[in-house]
Design a binder for this molecule. Sequence first.
Ligand code: FNR
Length: 409
Amino acid sequence: MAQDQSNQPAEPDAIADPDPRLLRRFPAMEDLERRAQARMPRRLAGYLFGGADSGLNLAENRAAFARLRLVPRYGHDVMRRSTEIDMFGQRWGAPIGVAPVGMLGSLWPGAEHALARACAQARTPFCLSTFSANDMETIAPLVRNCGWFQLYAVGTLDITHDLVRRAQSAGYSALVLTLDAPVHSKRPRDVRNGFQFPPRISASFLAEIAACPAWALGAARNGYPAHGSLMPYAPAGLKGPAALDYLHHNVGIFSITWDDVAAIRKLWHGPLIIKGLQHADDAALAVAKGADGIIVSNHGGRQLDAAPAAIDSLPEIVARVGRQTTVMLDSGVRSGLDIAKTLVRGGQCAFAGRGFVAACAALGAERGAAYAIALLRQELSVAMAQLGACSPAELQANPGYEAVRRQEQ
Ligand code: FNR
């Protein structure tokens, strides 16, 4: 990757625009989500798009973005704008990243490979989940220096520390430690649909698969779903469903403490990012334990249904620790405008989870991955122009954009 650290706006953006034929059919991420729902087996779509309990937090993440109004600024030359940013000593194509999604390569076969390659191409952070279908060593060379590894505390502290060491040797440039899943929350849609992992091959699941030939073909090519990075922790000789069953019962998530965070900090030689915080005191603790970044997130509305929208938690966290650490966000991001709103509220980068998976499912993994990145980036660029900003830094520097805040002052 080019290490151009200059802050000068580049030439009119050199990164690929979205394919115009796709743009006519899928002008917004919502269009991709609709198509994805139709192309995925029902219980997998339910798992991807569902939220915790009543789904209030899931809806609130979107509603809070929708409520946020920005005041446009005109009369500036915005022809030479660039979405590029510097973060953790690297130059990225845009303040956009792919959030970790467990079983990504099983939800849509090939999605892990495709998103890794597309992210390397577009200089976009790609965060591989602990529960990825493929092992981290296979994905690392595809994503080159744009790969981050997401860590859950799983099984035992020894296993967890081993994952950290493996991520380091595989070449992931940042470690993203997720704290907001100390337990599994109830997701009623999954209960109703009979979703479980490892999947039970029932007549109803086979009927769902038969209705989704593109998924079935991909799954046939990519093999039985797995937790690739965790396979070394199953007893030698156990394979396929038996190995997954073992992992499910013996290498599950356990709740991590701030002392464990400090130990992982010592082990990991690179940026350590804590994901899943919404309380400013937790953000301050993360910084005290040596975190280099925070992802303000409620796991996309999948954990505490009563939690506030992530975008509403962002300003307080930026105010508390924004000068000491890199504050990022996910949960509810579906457009370039959402990314602009994240920047206006002081975030450095916005991640999306479901949107990228939906794009892979809607268009096929390779086309979908590249298209989603290009779509979000182009939307962000247009939003920047409407706000009179030539760079993400200019969006963050101007406090006058946010309509509500101006009225309150
Ligand atoms: C997730 N998320 C998640 N986070 C994490 O740290 N490790 C993981 O393995 C997973 N797995 C996962 C699976 C699925 C199906 C979803 C939808 C989400 C949470 C994810 O990283 C991110 O916080 C949210 O997806 C962001 O919200 P949006 O963009 O989906 O609205």
